[in-house]
Design a protein around this ligand. Structure first.
Ligand code: ADP
Ligand code: ZN
Ligand code: ZN
Length: 767
């Protein structure tokens, strides 16, 4: 008789590990690690996942008392290594084991046991994945390439994506809004061909990769050094990490492609993570152009059916390069030679709901378990990664940084000028634009070029605010600062969607209710306001395009605005953070940052780092074509190291100051930080639960060096959708096992009616 260790699909912290079940002989061939099975638990049927097999009955339990596996519900989805990683994740992030395992299951698989209302026996509900789109689109063979009209931007994007090779219709549709219509139009014109083909099973025939992959003739010195370090890490086969620290456009993607090529030639595959926002047809196309059919794409915009299909390609060993958002880490790739995380500093690599893992940490663990290399790439690496590279070792493996400071072909980095807005204000300039920025915009318009203006809206920037004392009206339901909408004269809460006429709050034209300053609202600049002032400045000499949450709310809105900007002869694009990343417009010669320092005002220890990253990224948007680029940064805090570092192209300036601050304040990377948030409608219940948890925490950390418990206190967003939120912050030494201690506290507290407790270890969101 064999036995199975089964993790039950019951999301409670009370069930800590796996349970043992006997495998009846007739099921033995089908019960493998990774299978979903039906068992009983407390006399009820329950779904579980097999995480290990054993030949002997568990010690100390009479064999006849061990219950049997009743049924196999789904074939294996993960292997023993993945099961170990999931178990690590459950412990590290203090989440129930089944929540750590679920991401490893087949997409769309949702097996539940449900009591049927009229017929008594329990029923299995299994959500099957939808139909799979097997349509492929490729360029038609023509003598002359088809040239769409200038304003048919979508058609041009489709053609550009296909230039690298054929793509699935579903991929095009999820990465280019309105692709289906563009494809039909192009098909009518004879520019593309749509074919329905069955998947090439088994053979791995790359009939599709007929397109010649663009490949640079010679790698740069930096690229060769990065590749050598990656080779070394792969040879060591113990999860060593290589940080590719390269300015935008220095050829990091080219390094990934070459490294994957090497891994593939040795029979291994690769997992490639890119931030969701840069997972575009162009990115996918670049990987397809090298690896053709061997690429699977996983991201949330695919339908469940498509996701399942891509996942299954990987499981069946028909695709060895997985490109996706953070969830690509869970792809069932058997022989992983490389894990790559592009833009590794991105906050979106931290999962916001359970399991609250950070993709970088999970990838590092996975790389160790699989004995492969982890490659991190960024123009602005996270302080955590930089600190580990400075130390050379972390978590038992080596961390190596390779610099790529230059763009191939020697393209110039843009010049950066910092404008001190307090001097502008004192000098009588009450406009949003400094004289410097105004002149630069004039110049761009005169020369018929393009400019991008960034409005830093993360934080209090968009809000009505007193320039003298910082007073900001808040939503009474969400404690979120309210945004002022000029055109409708309303204040709106962007958490719950409520609006108020401005008369309900201090009139923006009146004095600050707090300090009496007349400059209420002067700082609360929104994109509309910038758009209006710009329109006055440039008149009809240039097109002004605004891109923010409002103008991109409609499906495909984002795309349409970019197309307009692309097609315009002379234009200024005004937008929020969403314009800072990934956009590549060669004609942009000026980037203006209207208010650089608003993120600096956030009560978050990463405020400086985020500001630096944002400015550095946005500066990389200028001067990508032949013409030199200029960046103008407006700020009320010109002396801040983050701003000075960007101005002087000297990261060390920022890093040294920031590391000193972090060490002194005892924040990551010198400490670990966890946020425990309790929320619910009943404030008393929330408060009591959290007080109890905090008391327990204090007792447990008493006498442990380097542990601190802060709070309980109201969260900065103390109310969201009428749920009250209170939290406790916990600090611990950098190498501390926070998961075990916090998990134990959460288990001890148990479940409280009406109160949810979220444990966020290595938290990114402190609000
Ligand atoms: P990053 O990912 O660092 O932003 P990319 O890999 O996208 O940089 O490279 C930027 C541009 O430079 C791309 O157009 C790429 O094709 C080109 N490129 C990359 N490496 C080389 C090289 N060794 N020689 C010439 N061009 C290169
Ligand atoms: Zn004031
Ligand atoms: Zn609200």
């Amino acid at each position: 008789m064999r036995y199975a260790h089964v993790v039950l699909d019951i999301p409670t912290r009370a069930l800590e590990g796996a349970f043992d079940y006997a495998i009846p002989d007739e099921l033995a061939p089908d019960v493998l690690v990774g299978t979903t099975v039906l068992v009983t638990f407390s006399r009820r049927p329950s779904v579980g996942y097999v995480v290990a097999l054993a030949d002997h009955a568990p010690a100390g339990v009479a064999p006849e008392r061990i219950r049997p596996v009743l049924q196999v519900l789904a074939p294996p989805a993960f292997d023993a290594v993945a099961a170990r990683v999931a178990s690590w994740m459950a412990r590290e992030y203090a989440c129930p084991p089944c929540e750590a395992l679920r991401p490893f299951l087949a997409p769309g698989q949702l097996v539940k046991v449900r009591r049927d209302t009229d017929a008594d026996p329990w029923q299995l509900v299994c959500e099957r994945s939808g139909p799979v789109d097997v349509r492929w689109v490729r360029l038609a063979e023509r003598d002359e390439p088809y040239e769409p009209r200038r304003n048919a931007g979508r058609q041009r994007m489709v053609l550009a994506a296909l230039a690298a090779g054929p793509m699935r219709m579903a991929e095009l549709a999820t990465t280019i809004a309105g692709a289906a219509r563009a494809v039909s139009a192009l098909e009518r014109k004879g520019a593309v061909v749509v074919e329905t083909r069955r998947r090439v099973r088994g053979g791995g025939g790359t009939s599709l990769s007929s397109a010649v992959a663009h490949r640079p003739e010679r790698l740069t010195v930096g690229q060769r050094a990065a590749l050598a370090a990656i080779d070394e890490a792969r040879r060591a086969a113990r999860g060593d990490v290589v940080l590719v620290d390269g300015v935008t456009g220095s050829g990091k993607t080219e390094v990934y492609l070459a490294a994957i090529e090497r891994a593939c030639s040795q029979g291994a595959g690769a997992l490639v993570l890119v931030p969701e926002i840069s997972l575009t047809a162009q990115t996918v196309g670049r990987f397809r152009s090298r690896f053709g059919d061997d690429v699977a794409v996983l991201h949330s915009r695919l339908s469940a059916g498509e996701r399942y299909d891509q996942w299954d390609l990987v499981r069946q060993g028909m695709a060895h390069v997985v490109v996706g958002a953070r969830s690509a880490l869970f792809a069932p790739l058997r022989d992983v030679g490389l894990i790559i995380i592009d833009e590794e500093h991105e906050g979106s690599y931290k999962q916001g709901c359970a399991p609250r893992y950070h993709a970088r940490e999970l990838a590092a663990r996975l790389a160790r378990e699989r004995g492969c290399a982890l490659v991190l790439g960024s123009a602005t690496p996270s302080i955590e990664s930089l600190a580990r590279c400075r130390a050379g070792r972390w978590g038992g493996v080596s961390w190596t940084r390779v610099e790529m400071p230059e763009r191939p072909g020697g393209a110039l980095l843009p010049t950066v000028r910092v404008v001190d807005m307090t001097q502008q204000f004192a000098g009588g300039n009450r406009s949003i634009f400094s004289d410097t920025l105004r002149n630069a915009i004039e110049e761009v318009v005169r020369r018929g070029e393009k400019a991008v203006l960034l409005l830093n809206r993360r934080g209090f920037a968009t809000f009505l605010m007193c320039r003298a004392c910082g007073c900001v009206p808040e939503c009474p339901h969400c404690s979120t600062s309210l945004t002022y909408h000029e055109r409708t004269h309303q204040l709106a809460c962007h958490t719950c969607g409520r609006t108020w006429p401005t008369s309900a709050f201090p009139d923006p034209s009146a004095r600050c209710p707090h300090c009496g300053s007349r400059y209420m609202g002067a700082f609360g600049v929104g994109t509309q306001r910038v758009e209006d002032e710009l329109a006055l400045l440039v008149g009809d000499r240039a097109e002004v395009i605004r891109m923010d949450a409002d103008t991109t709310a409609a499906k495909g809105g984002h795309q349409r605005l970019l197309e307009r900007f692309d097609a315009a002869a002379c234009a200024v694009l005004v937008g929020t953070q969403m314009i800072a990343k990934g956009l590549d417009f060669p004609e942009v010669t000026l980037v203006g940052v209207v208010n650089a320092d608003t993120t600096l005002k956030l009560p978050d220890f990463r405020a400086g780092e985020r500001t630096y990253d944002l400015l550095e990224q946005v500066a990389g948007r200028a001067g990508r074509g032949g013409r030199p680029g200029q960046v103008i940064v407006q700020t009320y805090w010109a002396g801040h190291p983050a701003i000075q570092a960007v101005a002087r192209h000297d990261r060390a300036l920022f890093l040294d100051a920031e590391l000193d601050d972090r060490r002194e304040a005892y924040y990551p990377p010198f400490a670990r930080l966890a946020n425990v948030v309790a929320s619910g409608r009943d404030g008393r219940a929330v408060g009591m639960a959290l007080d109890e948890l905090a008391a327990d925490l204090r007792e447990r950390v008493d006498g442990l060096a380097g542990w601190e418990v802060l709070g309980p206190a109201d969260c900065l967003k103390s109310r969201v959708k009428d749920r009250l939120r209170r939290h406790v912050l916990v600090k611990a030494p950098a190498e501390a096992d926070m998961g075990a201690l916090l998990g134990a506290c959460a288990r001890r507290l148990g479940s409280r009616p009406g109160v949810s407790v979220a444990v966020d270890i290595d938290c990114h969101d402190l609000m």
